[in-house]
Ligand binder design. Structure first.
Ligand SMILES: [Zn+2]
Length: 350
């Protein structure tokens, strides 16, 4: 019997070397089996050939039955697997789960967006493909980063040179008591990662300077400016105009906040059109000097995130050429309109 098995193995091996299809090799081995079985049945007991090939038909029948059961089981398993794959493929075709842009968990996560007619699946896909850079991970950056991440903006960059301090925590809600002393961009990375693992956060732990601004801005579609220094704002404006990127700018002071969208390439003014010169030092005081009410950056930073979502998805009317002013102390809002200036030193040449 061993001789026959050896012969079968040799046949299989030759077939393998010659790259014969598995089915043809199975036929060969099957033929050998039938021949051996024929020898066992046709030749009398004690015949040398019968003895050399096992000596009894019953043993070969048992062996053949066992092999047949194994092959049948494998075939059945293959069919079940094939059917499962077909079902999976059909399900994916409906939900777009594996071939489409969103996994099931993302569809569930963004369900309230997808239901909104002004966002829908197309808007959610635009958010996933969007690249937004947030300048400053402080009061305005905190809610802006969290809401951009929660909304599913695919790539979010954040640039800030500062570390988390205790006096930040009254309003900079992306940071935590346990993360005081940590660079703000890394603290923001922790918070965003915990909120939505389906978005990428790129932290840049450094100050925004002229030598990097333009190159960095060119890597993003939209810039959110939440810094509190006129010098940095002016640099953001210059680099954004040079890179042709719109800027959603927010600012807060004490009880008042403002938001607008600068976009000279889209016909709207740039920051230098509206504020051509730096304010007098006593008017340019920072939060540290004047104080700021804690929830105010929450309101203004959230509006910045909302305007960013609208800008990316094309929903509604944005703040191009309009500045929204929020007077928190008297609970009032108003809109100021602004035009591009032909003689603007930054965007005048466009
Ligand atoms: Zn301008």
């Amino acid at each position: 019997m061993l001789f026959v098995l050896f012969l079968a193995a040799v046949l299989w091996g030759i077939g393998h070397v010659m790259k014969t299809p598995v089915q043809a090799r199975l036929y060969m081995v099957g033929l050998l089996y039938v021949a051996v079985l024929g020898v066992q049945i046709a030749l009398p007991t004690g015949h040398p050939l019968r003895e050399a090939t096992g000596g009894a038909a019953a043993m070969w029948l048992l062996f053949g039955g066992f092999v047949a059961v194994v092959l049948a089981y494998r075939m059945l398993l293959g069919r079940v697997r094939g059917r499962a794959e077909e079902v999976e493929a059909a399900r994916d075709a409906i939900t777009g789960a594996s071939e489409g842009p969103f996994r099931d968990v993302e569809l569930e996560r963004y369900a309230r967006h997808i239901t909104l007619p002004d966002i829908g699946g197309g808007g959610q896909l635009a958010l996933k493909n969007a690249k937004v850079l947030v300048v400053g991970a402080g009061g305005l950056g905190s809610p802006a980063l969290l809401y951009l991440a929660a909304a599913g903006v695919g790539r979010i960059g954040v640039i800030d040179h500062d570390e988390v301090s205790l006096s930040n925590l009254q309003r900079q809600i992306i940071h935590s008591d346990a993360r005081t002393g940590m660079p703000k961009v890394f603290s923001a990375e922790v918070a965003v990662g915990a909120l939505n693992p389906h978005v990428e956060l790129r932290p840049y732990h450094r100050a925004l300077t002229a030598d990097v601004a333009e190159t960095l801005f060119a890597e993003y579609d939209l810039i959110l400016d939440g810094t509190d220094s006129f010098v940095v704002r002016a640099e953001v404006n210059r680099a954004a105009v040079a890179a042709g990127r719109p800027v959603i700018a927010g600012a807060i002071s004490a009880w008042e906040g403002q938001v607008t969208l600068y976009d000279p390439a889209g016909g709207a003014p740039c920051m230098a059109c509206v504020f051509p010169t730096a304010p007098a030092p006593d008017l340019a005081a920072t939060c540290a000097e004047t104080g700021v009410i804690g929830a105010l950056p929450g309101v203004v930073g959230s509006i910045m995130a909302l305007e960013a979502i609208k800008e990316i998805t094309g929903a509604g009317d944005g703040l191009r050429g309009r500045m929204l002013i929020y007077d928190a102390l008297h609970a009032e809002t108003r809109i100021l309109r602004a035009q591009r200036r032909a003689d603007c030193t930054v965007c005048g040449g466009l």
